[in-house]
Design a protein around this ligand. Structure first.
Ligand code: CTP
Length: 398
């Protein structure tokens, strides 16, 4: 499925607030991700940033007036060609005009003529933002289906602190990704386990592995973009969980199991990507172990198998496991699928640690008696989209 900002036509409206300079960085990020960006600036925006900035970043003309080339009716053409419109930053004035249907310049006429999804990212002084007038206008726009990307709290240009800073670039990009991705998982509950676990044997030492959680994070992000309600059970990792996902942090195999039993049972789809530690020390020393003893004598026992426990209580959940294998991938993966009562399993070749931490990976999906789909070698976010396409396809046929 083609989705996301890559190759998409984005119409960016820039209005006259100090945060207009951040729209330039956003434009650059969109262009780098392969989006085709048209920019409309209001006259007030031009006081903060020159149109040349956006023209240089997009390598396209920037539109500032209804009257530059009236024979081309730019407000209609621009919104007809766009797949999504984002106004960032959106001033109180722009929000009020859109709520009231006022159309007296290029941007407001274009917004009124738009039939594609509209996202509005307010940025203004905190008092102006909190005013009833602004909040009522935003409520009207929300009711009409506009996506409001709420401003953030922090330092404001006038030296005050409060809610009014333009949403972060990451949130703006994620909003566009979501609006451009078909909501094929809308109404579905998805649970995903991700990351390593840590099994401690004293207050400062533990056994773990090199998993980063990147695959599970990419799958959670993609499911949220497709409209699912996602819970991510995430072990210790440096990576940030995705936006728009409920993240439950866990540390040990036991806490991963507890969280899975509390949050994954009854979901529509559960995917277990976590590299749960297979063994844990049988004893935990309350004080840091001293080196005097010479040899470190630690005994290990097996940890609970989170996925097998979910398989035993599967119900209607479509349960997908991962199989980290170094040899006989298909045979070992199918064996795990049967043992853990899974609907499908993804074989991940970890010989030479190919799957751990890296951005790229190579996956093959197996299901049923002979279902097999090679998802190829690609970056983890591309593989996440392919895996969700495959899961949706299998579920649609069953
Ligand atoms: N898994 C789990 N809990 C464990 C071990 C594994 O939930 N304690 C899940 C993993 O998230 C993965 C699947 O089980 O989805 C298979 O994990 P893998 O490490 O490939 O296999 P193991 O079951 O640990 O078996 P082995 O190490 O013998 O290959």
């Amino acid at each position: 499925m083609d989705a996301g900002v890559k190759g998409a036509r984005v119409l960016l409206g820039v209005t006259g607030g100090i945060a207009a300079y951040k729209a330039a960085s956003l434009t650059s990020a969109l262009v780098q991700r392969g989006a085709n960006v048209d920019v409309i600036m209001t006259a007030e925006a031009e006081r903060f940033v020159a149109p040349l900035t956006f023209a240089s970043l997009t390598a396209r003309p920037v539109y500032t007036s209804l009257w530059d080339a009236p024979e081309r009716i730019p407000h209609i053409r621009l919104v007809r060609e766009a797949q999504v419109v984002l106004v960032a930053p959106a001033t109180a004035q722009c929000i009020a005009k859109l709520a009231l249907g006022l159309a007296d310049d290029l941007l407001s006429t274009a917004l009124l003529a738009a039939r594609v999804p509209i996202a509005i990212a307010p940025a203004m002084n905190a008092t102006m933002y909190e005013r009833e007038a602004t909040q009522e206008h935003l409520a009207i726009l929300r009711d009409r289906g506009c996506t409001i990307v709420e401003p953030e709290e922090g330092y404001l240009a006038e030296g005050e602190r409060g809610v009014g800073r333009l949403a972060s670039e990451e949130r703006l990009l994620e909003t566009l990704e979501r609006l451009l991705t078909p909501a094929s998982l809308a109404g579905m509950r998805v649970a995903i386990t991700a990351g390593p676990t840590r099994e401690a044997f004293d207050p400062v030492r533990f056994v773990s592995n090199a998993a980063s959680g990147a695959t599970g994070i990419a799958l959670a992000r993609e499911a949220a973009r497709r409209g699912a309600e996602v819970t991510l059970l995430l072990g210790p990792t440096q990576l940030e969980p995705p936006l728009g996902v409920r993240t439950v942090r866990v540390l040990t195999a036991q806490s991963m199991l507890d969280a899975a039993l509390a949050h994954a049972i009854g979901s529509d789809v559960t995917i277990a990507t976590a590299a749960v530690a297979d063994w844990r020390p049988t004893e935990y020393a309350a004080q840091k172990r001293k080196k005097d003893a010479g040899v470190l004598d630690v005994h290990f026992e097996q940890t609970p198998d989170v996925l097998a426990a979910l398989g035993d209580r599967k119900g209607e959940t479509f349960l997908v496991g991962f199989a980290a294998e170094t040899q006989e991938h298909e045979r070992n993966a199918r064996d795990k699928m049967r043992r853990k009562h899974l609907d499908a399993i993804v074989a991940n070749d970890v010989s030479s640690e190919r799957g751990f931490g890296l951005v790229e990976n190579a996956l093959v999906l197996f299901w049923g008696n002979d279902g097999r789909k090679d998802l190829g070698r690609a970056e983890k976010d591309v593989l996440a989209a392919r895996l969700w396409d495959a899961i949706e396809g299998i579920r649609a046929c069953s």
